[in-house]
Ligand binder design. Structure first.
Ligand SMILES: [Zn+2]
Length: 235
């Protein structure tokens, strides 16, 4: 192959990158091909019932394959390529559905020990494209997780609340009026609500809770499956 042909092939490839899921060509600037994009479990507005203690709850996806598998893989395998793709898709899913642009995004912090073990906070990484597109700051040092809590999925609802009591502390919170809390997955929402209450007590008027995925329980029996599926030792 001569240099011109090689250059043309490289340029074509740049203009039409491969789908991160199936490898087929996809439109420029998109991480997935149209078919894979359409197959994702995008969450429709009817599932955006606000959690108590917040004004708005918006998630990009239902917590089900392939999103659930990707999130678990990221958590354990440190697959940063999936993390970037999922962050872009999350941003695409959330932005058209928000009622109000917040002044800042607060990714739910990890306890310092867990952050050290994992090397990154997946909530922070997933929220980056949202903050970039909206041109608002990501609050990475406003709140600290002062207590190394037990994995929420191993507890019943009452234990969940006491497990999280005073789990978060204000470190340095600028005087915002509206903040979007961001988590990777919302199951019962207890963690996000604990943080929302803390923000409310600081005078934040509009609190949104955004997430990449939300566990959707259509039938009561699904609760056990979903939560069992979500059990993980290092959450
Ligand atoms: Zn594809």
């Amino acid at each position: 192959m001569n240099i011109t042909a090689a250059f043309r092939q490289a340029a074509d490839r740049l203009l039409q990158p491969d789908c991160d899921f199936c490898g087929n060509p996809c439109s420029s600037g998109q991480p997935l091909c149209d078919a894979c994009h359409a197959e994702l479990p995008w969450l429709s507005a009817e599932y955006h019932a606000p959690l108590p203690d917040c004004d708005e709850t918006v998630s990009a996806f239902a917590y089900q394959p392939p999103i659930s598998n990707l999130l678990l893989g990221i958590k354990f395998g440190k697959n940063l390529r999936s993390l970037a793709t999922l962050g872009e898709l999350t941003s695409n899913g959330i932005l058209p559905q928000i009622a109000q642009i917040p002044e800042a995004i607060l990714p739910i912090p990890l306890h310092s020990r867990r952050l050290q073990q994992r090397g990154f906070n997946q909530a922070l990484e997933l929220a980056r494209p949202l903050a970039r597109t909206l041109k608002i700051p990501l609050l990475t040092h406003a709140i600290v997780r002062s207590k190394a809590t037990l994995p929420q999925t191993e507890l019943d609802s009452r234990q969940r609340l006491s497990n999280l009591k005073q789990a978060f502390q204000i470190a340095s919170l600028p005087p915002y009026h509206s903040i979007a809390i961001f988590d990777d997955v919302i199951t019962t929402g207890t963690t996000a609500r604990e943080l929302a209450l803390l923000l409310r007590n600081q005078g934040i008027r509009h609190i949104a809770i955004w997430s990449c995925a939300r566990a959707i329980l259509r039938q009561k029996h699904e609760l056990t499956e979903q939560i069992d599926y979500h059990v993980q030792p290092t959450q």
